[in-house]
Design a protein around this ligand. Structure first.
Ligand SMILES: [Zn+2]
Length: 381
């Protein structure tokens, strides 16, 4: 407990050290929430707690004692803290330049890990949840052999975060693809069922849950605020789809739902924009969604597609993951890039040397931005 020692010794870096400890604790809790959510039905709330959860609880208790707060008494209470205490809470004091202050790790309506939680849990060298998605895709690519076979499987996963028995009789069903990807799916966890029914968001295709724990009745839609979906940002014209045979349904691993299926619509929009402009591109392996553009002149130009709510963490990830092309356009959904402060926080979080090499763009702006970059290069030459 370095902060505590510093405080007791009355050293001037008290505030800063405490802020670091709070941020570090927030990150450990994000990893704990992500890992607990993987445990079927969250049964691990019963004693004895899994080792990682016990150690996160112990660390929270120590930090509370250090800063003079009443500590949580149990894991359920700590989980509730993660639902109600945001990043900017004095207990964590995560800088606003790193994580949006109102961010909680557990969603207030869905009571599941938030997207931001999984992004925080993906920070650092080991890469957490996002690295898990990359590793799964890397294995799949190694098993698939040829490029086209892998691309078919990847496309299937992105389009089918949830697979129902009936899908297997559809026209676009491929037995060969399913046999290669089925081990990336599992049964629906109880925590995603409401009265034995599974809800799917009609917009992002990911799991949904109602606030009050009751199956929404068909007809006029429950208010959006009363339904959580894993995509979190969806506006829905129609109510969630109800799947009444959950035992005939399989769900893609969470890391792939979040870091492959969710950004997929943005990835397709970006590729469509390139195709319409006649710009050739080839997929790169390694990052989750990356392409190298062809015929771009003397320098290499890549595009990387992301759908991340936390711009500073995205900048941090890009800074840490080498190698980069001469220029890498970072494509995010239009709605995110248009959000107050998103671009500014992203750019500010990049090292000054990388700012020109990593411009943020959107599927709509991608082609005009490429044209502008080419003209600048010509002017420089
Ligand atoms: Zn959704």
């Amino acid at each position: 407990m370095r902060a505590g020692t510093a405080r007791r010794a009355g050293r001037p870096d008290d505030g800063e050290a405490s802020e670091c400890v709070g941020s570090e604790l927030f990150r450990e809790l994000a990893r704990m929430v992500a890992a607990l959510a993987e445990i079927q039905g969250l049964r691990s709330f019963a004693l004895p707690y899994p080792g990682f959860a016990q150690s996160a609880l112990d660390r929270t208790v120590m930090h509370c004692l250090d800063v003079g707060e009443t500590p949580p008494r149990s894991l359920p209470e700590l989980w509730e803290w993660c639902r109600t205490r945001p990043a900017g809470d004095p207990l964590f004091a995560v800088p606003a330049s790193l994580v949006t202050p109102g961010t909680t790790l557990v969603h207030p309506v869905g009571r599941m890990p938030t997207r931001s939680c999984l992004e925080v849990a993906s920070r650092g060298r080991e890469g957490g949840v996002a690295a898990h998605a990359r590793a799964l895709l890397g294995d799949l690519e190694a098993r698939c052999g040829t490029g086209e076979r892998y691309r078919q499987c990847r496309r299937f996963l992105a389009h089918h975060p949830v697979v129902h028995q009936q899908d297997r009789f559809g026209l676009d069903w491929s037995k060969a693809v399913w046999s290669r990807v089925k081990d990336l799916y599992g049964p629906l966890p109880e925590s995603l069922l409401v009265d034995g029914v599974f809800l799917r968001c009609p917009s992002c295709g990911l799991p949904a849950l109602p606030r009050d724990g009751a199956v929404p009745v068909p007809g006029p839609t429950a208010a959006d605020a009363d339904i959580w979906c894993e995509g979190e940002e969806c506006s829905r014209d129609t109510p969630p789809q109800l799947i009444r045979e959950p035992d005939q349904t399989w769900i893609l691993r969470r890391s792939l739902r979040m870091f492959l299926a969710l950004p997929h619509r943005t990835e397709e929009a970006a590729r469509d924009a390139l195709d319409r402009a006649g710009i050739d591109h080839e997929a790169l392996s390694g990052p989750l969604s990356a392409y190298r553009l062809r015929d771009t002149g003397p320098g290499t130009v890549d595009i990387h597609v992301y759908d991340r709510l936390q711009p500073a963490l995205l900048a941090e990830h890009l800074t840490d993951s080498a190698p980069l092309a001469d220029r890498t356009l970072v494509v995010v959904p239009d709605a995110l890039a248009g959000r107050d402060g998103y671009r500014e926080v992203f750019t500010k979080a990049l090292p000054a040397l990388l700012r020109d090499r990593l411009p943020l763009t959107t599927p709509m702006e991608l082609v005009p931005d490429l044209g502008r970059a080419r003209r600048e290069e010509k002017d420089d030459a």
